[in-house]
Design a protein around this ligand. Structure first.
Ligand code: ZN
Length: 133
């Protein structure tokens, strides 16, 4: 069976990592058997990161964003919009991930969490979850 859900969330900062692991696990909590889910981010200034939820590391990642694409860089896209840095950073991130699940939980490694990486917040974001079980 295939079903689909949306997760909506509000980011609070211009750049931040938002842990969405619990929200996604809640969508498969009743699933006993093995399955596969796909997480899709339909945005051009946000992306997915799977990594450790440790506050220092999250700061390091946001600091890396600034080194890779400084907010006030000289960008052509900023002639029509003001978020070129966010578009540029998003090309280095994933816009989707497929994750196996079993016993109502994603089969993540011990230190893995799933994050929405907000690159041009604050704003409302949506994530599309397709569940195959
Ligand atoms: Zn733009």
């Amino acid at each position: 069976m295939i079903r689909q859900s949306h997760v909506y969330l509000e980011s609070k900062k211009r750049r931040e990592l938002i842990d969405i692991t619990k929200e996604i696990n809640s969508l498969i909590a009743g699933e006993k058997g093995p399955g596969l889910l796909n997480i899709y981010v339909p945005h051009t200034t946000a992306g997915l990161i799977i990594n450790e939820n440790e506050s220092g590391l999250k700061d390091d990642i946001v600091n890396l964003f600034e080194k890779l694409a400084p907010k006030n860089g000289d960008y052509k896209h900023n002639l029509v919009d003001s978020n070129a840095d966010a578009h540029l950073l998003s090309i280095f991130l994933k816009n989707n991930a497929s994750i196996p699940f079993s016993d109502g939980k994603m089969m993540l490694g011990t230190w893995q969490s799933v994050f929405l990486a907000e690159l041009d917040g604050p704003r409302q974001r949506q994530i599309i979850i397709t569940i195959i079980s």
